[in-house]
Write a protein that binds this ligand. Structure first.
Ligand code: GDP
Length: 456
């Protein structure tokens, strides 16, 4: 529900800071500005101009703070409503006092994400772009950030709209024929309709195929480092961690208690799961370590099995290979600075093998590249308009649309009633509209915008 009242919130993080910003949106924004702001040496406030002056309580005449103020009149603003932004001194109290003053002048405290929600409801951005704003704020790596920027700019919306266009045109033709059969409207070539809808179907498939990659880029992957004792697992872990540029903050959504470290591999957030050496042992402590390692194997997207290249491949190495069978594995032959002795058994010849020296850092770049390319296609991220599905909500809606389109193609091909075919296409459009926001239920909209912070 959209009440066109005036909302206000603090738009900067709570706490001490250089400046704090109070943001106001709605029909009352301009009036509030003229009542509480005394500009130095100028008359009225022109739209989209910054003014320096004082925030004054009109009741008591008390000066609250000096401030820079800008009014952005509708529709040229973030929300497409009149917007007022007040930049005052940062700090716990100053900004709060200014907000309270604004609220006392008739604004209401905004809900989380309500400014962006208004931008969406007023048609300035679609739902995909609104969601991109959250992604943008939460991005943990450059790559995730650039994906979010592309989505905010509308590249993903364009792809979804291209899918919709093909369906929409076909539906219009079919419906015209259903509605005015007596008007000699000729149903265009069935093949033309079919090929247009099939084009949309293929675009959907392409988008769905990119989903796994999109998820990976956004949320990252987990990498388990396994191997018997003394092959150099800790050394490898340290080498990967030592590259300072690699360290990023931990990624939400991953299970806390098993995170060891998150590193950034070519823009991909990679959680390195440390492990105790796997080997057959009577030692209780080691057995516990091994149990933990085995438990972690299914949690990993990929397992790096480290083998000491300066020693023969032995039964203990074999034991580990057996434990990770069924996993995506990169075999890491460590200690390349020493004489190479290891001979890999024939049945491992299909595995990706990377030779490194954890001690000297040799081969580490190649290993990083190997990990990255297991998940992301070469060169793809650099593309200026690279967009990809990253969210389950979008994937599910697209999958729903795909089912309806498949049903259309099947029925239309067999010559079922046109009403049924039209229904399939309408359902497909409905599912697609959920992604961009045209047909998204209110409950889902609420859920999406509640993920924002207050003031955004
Ligand atoms: P982990 O038990 O598998 O974690 O193995 P560590 O990382 O503790 O390494 C075991 C031993 O191998 C240590 O003495 C390391 O210094 C040594 N080591 C690890 N990586 C290399 C390497 O690349 N070259 C050489 N020459 N020694 C290494």
């Amino acid at each position: 529900m959209y009440h066109k009242d005036t909302i206000a919130a603090i738009a900067t993080p709570v706490g001490e800071g250089g400046i704090g910003i109070v943001r106001v949106s709605g029909v009352g924004a301009g009036g509030i500005a003229s009542r509480i702001f005394r500009a130095r040496g100028s008359g009225g406030l022109e739209s989209h101009r910054f003014y320096y002056g004082e925030i004054v309580d009109p009741g008591s005449g008390l000066v609250l703070d000096e401030a820079m103020v800008v009014v952005m009149l509708a529709p040229r603003s973030y929300t497409r409503e009149d917007v007022l932004e007040i930049q005052c001194h940062g700090g716990y109290l100053v900004v709060r006092k200014v907000l309270e003053l604004v609220l006392s002048q008739g604004a209401r405290l905004a809900d989380p994400g309500e400014f962006t929600k208004r931008a969406f409801l007023n048609g300035r951005i679609d739902l995909l772009q609104a969601e991109a704003v959250i992604e943008l704020i939460r991005s943990k790596t450059e790559t995730a950030l650039s994906l979010a920027q592309h989505q905010r700019e509308g590249f993903l919306s364009n792809r979804i709209n291209a899918v919709r266009d093909g369906i929409f045109k076909s539906l219009a033709l079919i419906e015209a024929y259903i509605d005015f059969p007596e008007d000699d409207i000729l149903l265009p070539d069935n093949d033309e309709i079919k090929s247009s809808v099939r084009g949309s179907f293929e675009r959907i498939e392409e988008l769905l195929e990119g989903f796994r990659e999109g998820r990976v880029i956004r949320e990252g992957v987990s990498v388990l480092i396994a191997g018997k004792p003394n092959v150099g697992k800790s050394s490898l872990l340290n080498t990967l961690l030592r590259e300072k540029r690699a360290i990023v903050t931990s990624v939400p959504g991953t299970t806390r208690d098993i995170i060891e470290e998150v590193v950034n591999i070519k823009g991909l957030p990679v959680t390195l799961l440390d492990t105790a050496g796997i080997r057959e042992t009577e030692d209780e402590v080691e057995q516990e370590g091994m149990r933990l390692t085995l438990e972690k194997i299914p949690l990993a997207d990929i397992v790096l099995v480290v083998v000491d290249g300066s020693k023969p491949f032995d039964d203990e190495d074999r034991l580990i290979m057996d434990a990770v069978s069924g996993c995506t594995v990169i075999l890491v032959l460590n200690k390349s600075d020493l004489q190479r002795v290891v001979q890999l058994p024939d049945d491992l010849s299909d595995l990706k093998v990377v030779s490194i020296s954890a001690r000297d850092g040799e081969g580490i770049d190649e290993l990083r590249e190997a990990i990255f390319s297991m998940f992301v296609r070469e060169g793809i991220i650099e593309g200026r308009d690279y967009t990809v599905l990253t969210q389950v909500r979008h994937r599910d809606a697209l999958a729903k649309a795909k089912v309806h389109i498949a049903s259309f193609l099947d029925g239309f091909g067999r010559g079922v009633g046109l009403e049924f075919s039209a229904l399939d296409l309408r359902d497909a459009l409905g599912a697609l509209g959920e992604i961009t926001g045209e047909t998204t239920p209110d409950s889902i909209l609420d859920e999406i915008f509640s993920r924002f912070c207050i003031g955004k």
